[in-house]
Design a protein around this ligand. Structure first.
Ligand code: DC
Length: 226
């Protein structure tokens, strides 16, 4: 029997999944896998090669020659595409939109899910995304669905991006619209959409601080397996 632990954290854009997962990974001394970063890495590669995201055949062609390696350096996730570290270039608004659009293509998901499952065979992981508890690791030890209202998520995104000096020209209204559009693409796609599974612990973080969410998640984990 394996003593590896798997914690699935799903939820919509801007729900704070990645921030929370990173903190929990540190506290539990396990690794954090941000699967959104993997979709972003594929989207970035397509954009840089001038491939249209809506051209499924072209994206499938791109995937054939695409070598993605996910590694950890001092516990921090890095993604290399064809030998090049892409982590510094995947957080722009353009890549966010392209990632959501490219994630609709089954061939993209199949390729990335294979890497995600292989990593979970190797490491104890807290893994965040949209389809982790429903599709990637349906037998995860713990499942969480973390969300907040679109307005609150837009506010958080805006704050995060302003603090990084990105997209400061966007209004809150524009951000809310972008978030709602992304929710729609992520939850209405046919293959492995964003869903809240019945066995996931649901946490609405709208009025919660990061510390409160972290302690709610840790409380559940410390109580033992579902
Ligand atoms: O979590 P994020 O914002 O970095 O994710 C970017 C996009 O990637 C998201 O809009 C949809 C897609 N994605 C997905 O389809 N499945 C996942 N497990 C993670 C992300």
């Amino acid at each position: 029997m394996s003593n590896r632990i798997s914690i699935a954290v799903d939820g919509p854009a801007g729900s704070g999944k990645s921030t929370i997962s990173k903190i929990i990974a540190n506290k539990l001394n396990i690794l954090h896998l941000d699967t959104g970063a993997m979709y972003r890495a594929v989207a970035l590669t397509a954009l840089e090669k001038g491939i249209s995201i809506s051209d499924v055949k072209a994206v499938e062609g791109l995937l054939k020659g695409l070598d993605m390696v996910v590694t950890y350096e001092d516990g921090v996730q890095r993604i290399f595409v064809n030998g090049i570290d892409v982590m510094g270039r995947i957080r722009t608004a353009e890549v966010s939109k392209a990632a959501s659009d490219i994630a609709v293509i089954p061939a993209v998901r199949i390729k990335l899910v294979e890497i995600q499952r292989a990593l979970s065979e190797k490491y104890s992981l807290i893994i965040d995304g949209r389809d982790i508890g429903s599709y990637v690791l349906p037998n995860a030890d713990y499942k969480f669905y973390i969300t907040a209202t679109p307005e609150e998520r837009a506010r958080r995104r805006l704050k995060e991006q302003q603090s990084k000096g990105l997209e400061t020209n966007k209004s809150l209204d524009e951000m809310v619209k972008e978030i709602i559009a992304r929710d729609k693409t992520d939850s209405t796609r046919e293959f492995a959409p964003l869903v809240r599974t019945e066995d996931a612990h649901y946490i609405d973080t709208t009025d919660m601080s990061i510390e409160q969410v972290v302690s709610a998640v840790l409380d559940i984990i410390q109580k033992g397996k579902q």
